[in-house]
Design a protein around this ligand. Structure first.
Ligand code: GDP
Length: 432
């Protein structure tokens, strides 16, 4: 049985750790969207790994890691990541495979990213400036350059020349030369060549052979280009729909869907965030939870758990269960608030509004629960949790309409509670 693991909030939910701990039940892990703007942090035996583009399954020997057509690939960033893993003793070998239909991020995309943010001024999106958005823009405008194009140097030359010239026209101060861009690409092409595959064929064959695949999302549902808090979103479909289009597999093949959510909420970059806490509690969540971007180091905005947002993610993705992370960060709080609905212009709202202006005006309606003083950090069974923590989780489940199948109590692999009874793991065909 396949499994999709994706973010149920605004990203940074701790997907890396969850994917890593589940990996041993699968033979492949496949990324279906995003680029090296993701920053999945995984701790194994005290060593810290930040995976940006390569699926988090790479830390397990023998697992094949697939980068789908829905991902945008900066070859330089990919190779830097491969080199870093190799340096740290991870045998990457021939375990990374890249779709021939994946679009490339080129140097001018990075320049355009910076420029378009600067031009937006006050209304900036808060992108990671990695060129992800402009690469997707080129894809939709049908002028993008794909991994498969690297095998045709003549066509590639034409494409690179046209694209660089067009970019220079768009950005008056830009005088980028197309030749060095092409030369660098051709160099990358050599190294990329053994990794390139028709990913749809590869995955279909694997499924026919009875292998199980995990699909790994980047960012989160509320950052999805269609279903997120547009325009403060990422440029791809981070939600479950993206799995099928981003890998070339049928929608029915995505398997069960596990949504990763923190026991509170964070958001990085701009855009509305109804439960944001700007004062002391927000700072405490940020410091205790080390809520700083894995890639950019930017401080994340922090707030209480937002059940409206999770119900939304449950609906959009058809969540079968939650992996509730960072419960330990709430240790020692006297009281914990849970947002169960919004109040907007005097009206009660139980659904996330599509209109960004309306969402910006929404006030959270809170329910308050007692906190706990005994630590949950490192707990591995549900019974080890203080009663107040168990009640808090039970209430989150009730108001979110989805059960917490996994509860994470620390950043290490073993700091995890798996509730096999909750997820009816028998349906998955394995015990976690
Ligand atoms: P991702 O992009 O969704 O993988 O999330 P990030 O890696 O950006 O952020 C998650 C951070 O939280 C990482 O530093 C993880 O090591 C850490 N983390 C994950 N789960 C837990 C947890 O249960 N408790 C604590 N304290 N940290 C966690």
């Amino acid at each position: 049985m396949n499994l999709t693991v994706l973010g149920a909030q605004w990203g940074d939910e701790g997907k890396g750790k969850i994917v890593d701990m589940l990996t041993r039940h699968f033979s492949m892990v496949a990324r279906y969207q995003g680029g090296h703007n993701a920053g999945h942090t995984v701790y194994v035996n005290g060593a810290k790994f930040i995976l940006r583009l390569i699926p988090s399954g790479i830390l397990h020997p023998g697992i094949t890691c697939v980068i789908g057509n829905g991902v945008v690939v900066d070859p330089q960033a990919l190779f830097a990541e491969v080199d870093e893993l190799t340096k740290n003793g991870i045998d990457v070998g021939n375990r990374i495979l890249v779709s021939d239909k994946a679009h490339l991020i080129l140097p001018y995309h990075r320049d355009l990213d910076l420029l378009s943010e600067a031009r937006r001024g006050e209304r900036k999106i808060g992108t990671t400036s990695r060129g992800i958005g402009p690469a997707y823009e080129d894809k939709i405008a049908r002028r993008g350059i794909r991994v498969g194009d690297l095998s045709d140097p003549k066509g590639l030359e034409q494409n690179v020349r046209d694209n660089v010239t067009a970019r220079n026209r768009l950005v008056q101060e830009s005088t980028m030369e197309w030749k060095p861009v092409l030369e660098q690409l051709l160099k990358h092409a050599e190294r990329l060549k053994p990794m390139v595959r028709d990913v749809s064929v590869l995955l279909t064959q694997a499924m026919r052979d009875g292998q199980s695949i995990m699909f790994e999302g980047a960012q989160g549902t509320l950052l999805d280009i269609d279903h997120g808090t547009y325009p403060y979103v990422t440029s791809s479909n981070a939600s479950a729909g993206g799995v099928a289009t981003g890998l070339g597999i049928p929608p029915r093949a995505i398997g069960k869907v596990l949504g990763v959510a923190k026991a509170y909420t964070t958001r990085v970059g701009e855009g509305p965030f109804p439960t944001e806490l700007s004062g002391e509690i927000g700072n405490r969540l940020r410091e205790t939870g080390s809520e700083y971007g894995a890639v950019t180091g930017r401080p994340r905005r922090c707030g209480w758990y937002d059940a409206v947002a999770i119900r939304y993610a449950a609906r959009i993705n058809g969540l079968d269960g939650l992996a509730l992370t960072k419960l330990d960060v709430l240790d020692g709080f006297e009281r914990l608030d849970i947002c169960t609905s919004y109040r907007c212009a005097g009206r009660a709202l139980t659904e996330l509004p599509s209109d960004i202006g309306q969402l910006a005006q929404c006030e959270p309606v809170y329910e308050s629960m007692p906190g706990w003083s005994a630590p949950t950090k490192g707990a591995q069974t549900f019974d080890q949790l203080p009663e107040a923590a168990r009640k808090y989780i039970a209430r989150l489940e009730e108001v979110s309409g989805v059960k917490a199948a996994i509860v994470s109590t620390g950043s290490e692999r073993d700091d995890t509670i798996v509730r096999n009874d909750v997820l009816q793991i028998s349906e998955f065909g394995f015990q976690i």
